[in-house]
Write a protein that binds this ligand. Structure first.
Ligand code: ADP
Ligand code: MG
Length: 434
């Protein structure tokens, strides 16, 4: 099946692409169709992938639409790199916003602690490169810095001005640089971050502390982009001058534009964030419970959300509504002792909460990436914790074939060993089950 589709695609590509491009970029690229029906192209390194994107992707998209296959999600990925997950880009035809709609200005609750940073980010997203450049956001962990950075990316992408937006962590930047040096591709690296970039959203710059070579490269990147009036937004856990091991010339430059901080939110904001979150996730959260959680968790919004989810999970597992009493128990960490019997529905619900997708979608046949991973994780957990048979799981998951279930269970078991992110997902859910 795979062979045939790819053969047909190649046949057409051969006729449209210059032959040297076809030979160097299409031949030798691994094509897969995963069980959700998504197409995947596997590249040996980032640079062939990027060249492919530039030189072949438009032609491929044409071919897919000629073959009436444009509705299938297409992923280009690099399989042998140190950081494959970061290097993945998803394409959907027509192109959809690659930024998560969970992290937008709309879902960001404004309070005295963050309104300045919020306003600065909004201004930048309306007129990138024109008002504050660079914009430097700093503040403690879990206070919304990455959320704001993504919101800028989301907004810019929605505005659809065709800008090239690069959003990445400083760690990825460093890894890419190391890789580029290793395989002698500095030219391509520089092209990507200079001419190939209109807006640079760089998360957690404090990671560059002590990394001199990366700092030097970033210094030139910064200068190039700044001179070209391309917007740069940077986040950090500290004020520029307080980042030890960061070159002076960078510290100074970071203060050229606007420096804005995010502070721990006031109790009113914490309550508002909880209520907002509860509404998005359709959780019934009584006022007294929101106040109780907000008064106990004061410094980190990620933890605030975490406790809400824990509470929700226990309410679900014990089949009791969320109440002040349950909140007392879960926040005091005695909840694991609450007795409950695990059901398939509860597992399904927990997976849906963890991934922010609907249970009906998990049971559906919809072949989109956003659903296929949670669906497979759900099957895996049902097998492991409820010891259901493959056909039973298939039936529960909306009538899937037992071989599909078997494939999913084996795949997730394998991924747990090789992919820390997957392990993290399953561990979080399993932490709630036990
Ligand atoms: P940081 O990057 O500062 O460590 P994040 O941006 O990752 O923090 O935020 C942690 C979590 O808290 C995210 O899920 C984010 O959506 C949420 N969050 C932070 N600030 C707000 C806010 N003002 N309104 C709504 N959610 C928020
Ligand atoms: Mg962050």
């Amino acid at each position: 099946m795979e062979e045939k589709i790819w053969d047909r695609i190649c046949g057409k590509l051969r006729n449209t692409l210059p032959s040297h491009i076809y030979h160097s970029l299409v031949e030798g690229t691994a094509f897969n169709e995963n069980d959700a029906g998504d197409f995947e192209l596997d590249f040996t390194d980032n640079f062939s992938k990027e060249h492919f994107e530039q030189k072949c992707l438009p032609a491929l998209q044409d071919v897919l639409s000629q073959l009436k296959l444009s509705n299938r999600p297409l992923t280009l990925k690099v399989s042998s790199e140190t950081n494959p997950r970061e290097a993945q880009y998803e394409f959907n035809l027509p192109r959809r916003n690659p930024f998560d709609s969970k992290y937008t200005f709309e879902t960001f609750v404004i309070g005295g602690s963050n309104q300045f940073a919020h306003a600065a980010c909004q201004a930048v997203s309306k007129q990138p490169g024109l008002c504050y450049n660079p914009l430097f956001i700093f503040g403690g962990a879990g206070l919304g810095k990455t959320h704001l950075l993504r919101a800028i990316g989301y907004e810019l992408f929605q505005a659809d001005k065709g800008q090239k937006i690069l959003f990445l962590t400083s760690e990825s930047f460093t890894n890419e640089l190391i890789q580029a040096i290793r395989v002698d591709r500095m030219k391509e690296f520089r092209e990507k971050y200079r001419t190939g970039c209109d807006v640079l959203l760089l998360d957690d710059i404090h990671f560059l502390a002590g990394k001199e070579r990366t700092q030097e490269e970033f210094f030139y990147t910064f200068n190039y982009l700044h001179e070209a009036r391309k917007q740069i937004v940077i986040t950090s856990d500290r004020y520029p001058k307080d980042i030890q091991g960061l070159e002076n010339r960078l510290q100074t430059r970071f203060e050229w534009g606007l420096v804005a901080d995010v502070q721990p939110p006031e109790i009113e904001t914490r309550i508002a964030i909880l209520k907002n979150k509860a509404e998005i996730d359709q959780i019934q959260l009584p006022d007294d419970v929101a106040e109780y959680i907000a008064s106990h968790i004061t410094t980190n919004i990620r933890e605030l959300e975490g406790s809400l989810h824990r509470l929700q999970a226990y309410a679900l597992l014990t089949s009791v509504p969320i109440s002040l009493e349950l909140a007392h128990q879960t926040l005091k960490d005695i909840a694991p002792k609450i007795k409950h019997e695990l059901t398939a529905d509860a597992v399904l619900k927990l997976v849906s909460l963890q991934f922010g997708v609907r249970t009906t979608d998990l049971k559906s046949d919809k072949r989109i990436r956003k659903l296929s991973l949670p669906r497979q994780i759900c099957m895996y957990l049902l097998r492991k914790h409820l010891v259901m048979s493959f056909p039973e799981i298939g039936k529960f998951m909306g009538g899937k074939d037992h071989s599909t279930v078997m494939h999913a269970v084996t795949k997730i078991a394998e991924l747990q060993r090789t992919d820390p992110e997957i392990l993290n997902y399953t561990a979080t859910i399993e932490g709630l089950i036990r």
